[in-house]
Design a protein around this ligand. Structure first.
Ligand code: ADP
Ligand code: MG
Ligand code: MG
Length: 249
């Protein structure tokens, strides 16, 4: 599904990714852990195609194709989903309306017809029920006044509707409270599927108590420096990242 080869990327002329090698097979959930500043978020942005990053070397093979030159919309249409770390608040737009626009934008990019309103409503209802999102929340303006947990729920709902082949969740180091942690874990576990890969980026081991990954990778100074099973997360929790301090990029 995803194979990253010797990926180097810079922002404002500063090299942050310094030769990332990573393989995520179809159907697997992999975690990336690592100290602050090691390039975890940068990797997620580069995978999603954010244009302020320059890929200077290497390949991102997704579904057999090198997508390094592809625009973010093309990647999204092909099935790459990056969860938003800092969800947008849009006062005038109901959450439901936003979700419909997001889904139809993806369909348009794929050359598919817009969903009819009944079809869309059916899909939202199914996904919302599974994730405990209330109808009331769907009618409220997008993210306005949502708690941290509600924003997370909404993000996971968006992911469920878009049915990505590769979902990337970058969980900021700062603020997953217990509620949000549970929502993210349940959402990820509910969306595990033999034809979907997930990359869960986290600074903390505790998320991985709930989402048991197939593999754990350690990132340090812009590279993947170690790969192991779920037990690696426990080892990191016990020993910290001192062994992986490295030079910040
Ligand atoms: P992590 O998510 O692992 O904490 P990041 O990917 O956010 O790490 O950051 C990696 C490094 O890139 C850090 O040293 C950070 O300061 C640097 N960095 C991030 N964005 C920029 C930028 N716009 N300009 C220069 N350096 C940046
Ligand atoms: Mg290299
Ligand atoms: Mg980060």
């Amino acid at each position: 599904m995803l194979e990253i080869k010797n990926l180097h990327a810079s922002i404002d002329g500063k090299e942050i990714l310094r030769g990332v090698d990573l393989v995520v097979p179809t159907g697997e959930v992999h975690a990336i852990m690592g100290p602050n500043g090691s390039g975890k978020s940068t990797l997620s942005y580069v995978l999603s195609g954010r244009e302020d990053y320059e890929v200077t070397e290497g390949e991102i093979i997704f579904d057999g194709e090198n997508i390094v030159e592809n625009a973010p919309e093309e990647r999204a249409a092909a099935g790459v989903f990056l969860a938003f770390q800092y969800p947008l608040e849009i006062p005038g737009v109901a959450t439901m309306t936003f979700l419909k626009a997001a889904l139809n934008a993806q369909r348009k990019a794929r050359g598919e017809d817009e969903l009819s309103t009944p079809d869309f409503m059916r899909r939202v209802k199914t996904a919302a029920e599974k994730l405990n999102v209330t109808q009331e929340m769907l009618r409220r303006p997008l993210n306005v006044g949502f708690s941290g947990g509600e924003k997370k729920r909404n993000e996971i709902l968006q992911m469920a509707l878009l049915e990505p082949k590769l979902a990337i969740l970058d969980e900021t180091d700062s603020g997953l409270d217990i509620d949000a942690l549970r929502i993210v874990s349940e959402g990820v576990n509910a969306l595990r599927s033999p034809d979907r890969s997930m990359l869960v980026i986290t600074h903390y081991q505790r998320l991985l108590d709930h989402i048991v990954p197939d593999k754990v990778h350690v990132m340090s100074a812009g590279r993947i420096v170690r790969t192991g099973g779920p037990e690696l997360a426990l080892e990191l929790e016990a020993k910290g990242y001192a062994d992986y301090a490295g030079e910040p990029a």
